[in-house]
Design a protein around this ligand. Structure first.
Ligand code: ACO
Length: 154
């Protein structure tokens, strides 16, 4: 399986034609429910910060970013198709997003992750994010979230 970026596998900006597959990826990978309207609205908030990973003619991962403040970005949603995990796609999406943020002069990126999502926490730790706080009752089922943060100059 080819995993590197190139003509066959690459990161690009979200297109409206990706909407259904992104909604499916979000709802099969994440515990909250994400409707079509919500994903569509996110794609409009910051179009340059909504990335997908295309593998052949399939979208197999996406990252929805937002501007948290003038110098801080936020990863709202990140998911990779379960058949395509652990081959570097999530890392590529996060690194491309952080490069974009640095080009825009942003200093840091933050995100929230369920405190029991150990795989994702380890994934983000490997990408130099650190836990800076915990938010109680953050999710609809009252689960807590860790806030993770990364300084972009690192
Ligand atoms: N178990 C342990 N470590 C893991 C796992 C795992 N299942 N998956 C990734 N990692 C770690 C490893 O250290 C890995 O490095 P290695 O390959 O050298 O061992 C490193 O993360 C990089 O892995 P990638 O292959 O780049 O990550 P992947 O493409 O699998 O995507 C992701 C990671 C996005 C967390 C994926 O597992 C996923 O979609 N999970 C379900 C959805 C989810 O939890 N999303 C994040 C929610 S938080 C938010 O959206 C802000």
């Amino acid at each position: 399986m080819q995993t590197g970026k190139g003509d066959y596998a690459f990161v690009r900006k979200f297109r409206d034609s990706d909407l259904d597959v992104v909604v499916e990826l979000a709802n099969s990978s994440l515990s909250e429910y994400y409707g079509v309207d919500l994903i569509y609205d996110l794609s409009r908030q910051w179009p340059d910060g909504f990335l997908v990973y295309q593998f052949g003619n399939r979208v197999v991962g996406f990252l929805a970013g937002a501007k948290y403040s003038s110098n801080e970005a936020r990863i709202l949603l990140l998911a990779v198709d379960s058949s395509f995990r652990k081959i570097g796609i999530g890392t590529t999406l996060v690194e491309d997003f952080t490069k974009l943020c640095m080009q825009l002069g942003m200093m840091s990126v933050r995100l929230e992750v369920r405190i029991d999502n150990i795989e994702a926490i380890n994934f983000y730790r490997k990408l130099k994010f650190v836990v800076i706080s915990t938010m109680r009752n953050y999710y609809s089922d009252s689960s807590d979230a860790h806030v993770m943060w990364r300084l972009l100059s690192q």
